[in-house]
Design a protein around this ligand. Structure first.
Ligand SMILES: Cc1ncc(COP(=O)(O)O)c(C=O)c1O
Length: 358
């Protein structure tokens, strides 16, 4: 009987670009293969010089791009005989680590900055059975203690300093390039693993002869958490985009390399700009992402206002891809805060029609 062909996740799809062998147990939830959506309505509002695309990473199994790295990190941890994994997290890493560890039959410990995690993400880690501990500190404090624990005890660290995370995450670049090579790649930057991974992916695809050129990398941090832009670590990072509330990124140097090698930039956007972009993408395109993800859109809007794209445009429009790193449903509190609360009305036609404009 013919086996039905179903998508098997990114390790099986991109095996020859990944450090896996026949011996590697593939722990997958069919991550990757996420939609690349042209944002026609939004691009009309932003600039006549660009075609704007969003890579909707919120459509991964746990709702963020972290699944790309986690399928690799957990598969390799399993191959190496590890029984438990640990991570520090602003939320999405913990959700992903907990899901993949559970699937692999491994224990998962997550350390979170107390009170700074979007509710949706916390529920994921809890529901997948992780041991969840909150520390009285920020993400950077959590990462430091997690590094110490994993150095002293038999538990594998699955933050993006684990090289297998970067390997998995680079596959996002391959997927984009199967459609076209963007002129510009816009991405939010927190711990800086993802910008590192995408740049690695583009370079490897070029080295393999699959593409002829690589995009210019545009990274965006939140104004209150912008160590790379400012050039020094931020002791008390602040932003409502909790996923990128990071003051001392682990992959700082690699992010600078991606910026410099691609002749790109890393800039910052304010919380107001992030919220405006967050509402705009949801309200004009029907694509719901979390606030941190909208930093990429906010950044493109900011650059467009500075004529960055029009100065570089030729006869053809420039292709810009924004990575929407996580799903909007992860952070319903923020959505409620920035939206109008529904009013309660008597259940009759006349009353309701007073509030409906057609
Ligand atoms: C939704 C979201 N966007 C962006 C980032 C930043 O990615 P990185 O830490 O790899 O720079 C994160 C990291 O947690 C995230 O969860």
């Amino acid at each position: 009987m013919n086996e039905i062909k179903i998508y098997k996740g990114l390790i099986e799809t991109w095996r020859k670009f990944l450090p896996v062998s026949k011996k590697t147990p593939v722990i997958s939830l069919c991550e990757g293969n996420t939609p690349l959506i042209r944002a026609y309505n939004l691009e009309r509002k932003i600039s006549k010089d660009i075609e704007l695309y969003v890579k909707y990473e919120g459509m991964n199994p746990t709702g963020s791009f972290k699944d790309r790295g986690m399928t690799m990190a957990i598969s390799k941890a399993k191959e190496e005989g590890s029984k438990a994994v640990i991570c520090a997290s602003t939320g999405n890493t913990s959700a992903s680590a907990a899901a993949y560890a559970t699937r692999a039959g491994m224990k998962c410990v997550v350390i979170l900055p107390a009170g700074k995690i979007a509710l949706g993400k916390l529920t994921q880690a809890l529901m997948h059975g992780a041991t969840v501990l909150a520390v009285d500190g920020n993400f950077d404090d959590a990462l430091n203690v997690v590094k110490e624990i994993s150095a002293k005890y038999p538990i594998t660290l699955v933050n993006s300093i684990n090289p297998y995370r970067i390997e998995g995450q680079k596959t996002g670049a391959f997927e984009i390039c199967e459609n076209f090579v963007p002129d510009f790649h816009a991405i939010p930057v927190g711990n800086a693993g993802n910008i590192t991974a995408y740049w690695k992916g583009y370079k490897e695809f070029k080295a393999a002869g699959r593409i002829k050129r690589t995009p210019v990398m545009l990274g965006f941090q939140a104004e209150g958490s912008a160590p790379i832009v400012r050039g020094y670590p931020i002791d008390k990072p602040e932003t409502l985009a909790t996923a990128i509330r990071i003051g001392n990124p682990a992959s700082w140097k690699q992010a600078e390399a991606a910026r410099d090698e691609s002749k790109g930039l890393i800039d910052m956007v304010s919380d107001d700009e992030i919220v405006a972009a967050y509402k705009l993408i949801a309200g004009t395109e029907g694509v719901y992402c979390e606030p941190a993800s909208a930093a990429s859109i906010a950044g493109v809007i900011k650059l467009s206002g500075q004529k960055y794209f029009s100065k570089r445009a030729g006869s053809k429009k420039l292709k810009v891809v924004c990575i929407l790193t996580g799903h909007g449903l992860k952070d319903p509190d923020r959505a409620i805060k920035v939206s109008k609360t529904p009013i309660t009305v008597k259940p009759n036609l006349k009353e309701l029609m007073k509030h409906i404009s057609l």
